[in-house]
Design a protein around this ligand. Structure first.
Ligand code: NAD
Length: 256
């Protein structure tokens, strides 16, 4: 279905971004990956789906590097059709203890980077009258938790940004939507599991159980594969008129 389209997925060397990149590739899209860490395994996994794969190491806190990445994608593949703004980081601390440089980094990577990729990708999408922008927000884009002020602010911000872009593109073939996962067991959440296990002196599996029980009524982690399938749906013709939504995949977290 997505054969001939090109997807740029930020923060796609692990976790949710990689899950979405793999799902789009399975549907035929060529992929430009981005992020740090084990780039080769991610590239190999996407290439196994029989599509063209490329990588750009832009640091998503640096607007000049983001611009270079978008230009490189357009040059290498001829177009950027599907933009998945996924790169994100977390820091957990009370507001009065929150390091200002961590606040700035979270806002830059989780929120401002999506503004930069979107402003750069939109002219080409509008010209071709087809495009998909999928912003990976969070249940924390809809409700808050203590000690995550920067993350919650960035995720509420990206949900608002999604709605504005959806309105500005409403009469075009470009759509913009947000996905709001609850707990997904990725390296980002594993750090929080480990911290909880250490602080409470409990096992890793008990820490996971407590984490889910506090917030996620299904008591199950959402998976990167489930989020990939939702991204594919948003890119399908059935998603043509889905615009400006923030779609929870959170086991009932925000329903409480
Ligand atoms: P992860 O740590 O597995 O992946 C984060 C990705 O972002 C990695 O590829 C990393 O290299 C990349 N990244 C980090 N800083 C970067 C930077 N400055 N420049 C470029 N790339 C950078 O985390 P994840 O859980 O897969 O998170 C992905 C997204 O999903 C984030 O936006 C996160 O907020 C969101 N999310 C995660 C959960 C969850 O439970 N894991 C829930 C809701 C939302």
């Amino acid at each position: 279905m997505l054969k001939g389209k090109t997807a740029l997925v930020t923060g796609s060397t692990s976790g949710i971004g990689l899950g979405i990149a793999l799902a789009l590739a399975r549907d035929g899209a060529n992929v430009m990956l981005n992020g740090f860490g084990d780039v080769d395994s991610a590239k190999r996994a996407v290439a196994e789906r029989g599509v063209r794969v490329s990588y750009h190491g832009a640091d998503m806190s640096k607007p000049a590097e983001i611009e270079a990445m978008v230009r490189a994608c357009e040059q290498e593949f001829g177009a950027l059709d599907i933009l998945v703004n996924n790169a994100g980081i977390q820091h957990v601390a009370k507001v009065e203890d929150f390091p200002p440089e961590r606040w700035d980094a979270i806002i830059a990577i989780n929120l401002s980077s999506a503004f930069h990729t979107t402003r750069l990708a939109l002219p080409g999408m509008k010209k071709r009258n087809w495009g998909r922008i999928v912003n990976v927000a969070s249940t924390h884009g809809l409700v808050a938790s203590a000690e995550k002020s920067a993350y919650v602010a960035s995720k509420h911000g990206i949900v608002g940004f999604t709605k504005s872009v959806a309105l500005e593109t409403a009469i075009t073939g470009v759509t913009c939507n947000a996905i709001c996962p609850g707990w997904v067991l990725t390296p980002l959440v594993q750090k929080q599991v480990d911290a909880r296990a250490q602080q409470a002196g409990v096992s890793e599996s008990e820490a996971k159980r407590q984490l889910l029980q506090e917030k996620q009524p299904s008591l199950q982690f959402t998976t990167p594969e489930q989020l990939g399938a939702l991204a594919v749906f948003l890119c399908s013709p059935a998603g043509d008129n889905v615009r400006g939504v923030a779609w929870n995949v959170d086991g009932g977290w925000a329903a409480q």
